[in-house]
Design a binder for this molecule. Structure first.
Ligand SMILES: [Zn+2]
Ligand SMILES: [Zn+2]
Length: 250
């Protein structure tokens, strides 16, 4: 498992300087009261806390190559062949455009008695700042018809250029982290982990209807409810948020 690069920005304190493996690495600006776990969201432009909510700002643009970047962008890379689900890749007409997301998620997640449905659009944020979307392409519309348009890292942009993941973000699970790593958070503040645990694939049968379960994790040694991404429907979230969701604006 690769460790995440974290450079705390603390004015007036002398800190060890960690070496960057890439010169273009940037770290989000953070305030001092942001718990370390949120600093793993390396793609954020800023992460702040008011003690109740963590506010995460991101552009939503992926840090990996994509066929959906404009030809000429340094992250543009052509793609053809097979994508998620064994579909032959078929590009959709959209191009990645910078967004302006503000995710406000509770620091101390609490269980919701109503388990609100996830909205269309962003339902959470991945470590690279790209939003997670739910398992639908539109109101009561299955994702199946969209899967062929998932790019080399299994994301794609919608009509206004907002790039997003409905399924496993493979750049995170294969390059930046691992298949058993923390990969992000949903709006209710509960963490999202990858499709493997203790060396084995996580199946939907191991999860509740919201697509999670509770036990200790690396980041939460005392145990926490967490979602797992699986490779079968509903992929990230099931029948709504487990907890009381925060908000996202754009
Ligand atoms: Zn989509
Ligand atoms: Zn688990």
């Amino acid at each position: 498992m690769k460790s995440f690069l974290r450079i705390p920005v603390v004015l007036g304190m002398s800190l060890a300087i960690f070496s960057c493996k890439k010169n273009d690495d940037t770290s989000p600006s953070t305030t001092n009261n942001v718990p370390d776990v949120y600093k793993k969201i390396y793609g954020a432009t800023s992460i702040t806390s008011d003690g109740t909510y963590i506010t995460i700002k991101t552009t939503g643009t992926p840090d990996h190559k994509s066929v959906y970047y404009a030809n000429g962008n340094s992250l543009y890379e052509n793609f053809s062949g097979t994508t998620f689900g064994g579909y032959t890749f078929a590009k959709n007409p959209n191009s990645i455009a910078t967004q302006n997301y503000t995710f406000k998620i509770p620091i101390n997640p609490t269980v919701s008695s109503t388990h609100p449905s996830t909205p269309l659009g962003a339902i959470g944020v991945a470590l690279n700042g790209v939003p997670f979307y739910n398992q639908y392409a539109g109101p009561n519309q299955s994702l199946t018809n969209e899967m062929a348009s998932f790019d080399q890292y299994w994301g794609h942009p919608q009509q206004s250029g907002g790039y997003h993941y409905h399924v496993e973000p493979t750049y995170l699970t294969s390059v930046k982290a691992s298949k058993s790593s923390l990969l992000g958070f949903l709006l209710d503040g509960y963490p999202v982990y990858g499709p493997e645990e203790n060396g084995a694939s996580v199946t939907n049968a191991m999860l509740d209807v919201y697509h999670g379960h509770t036990h200790a994790t690396t980041e939460y040694p005392n145990g926490i409810y967490h979602y797992h991404i699986t490779n079968t429907d509903p992929y990230i979230n099931g029948s709504g948020f487990y907890g009381m969701p925060g908000t996202v604006t754009q």
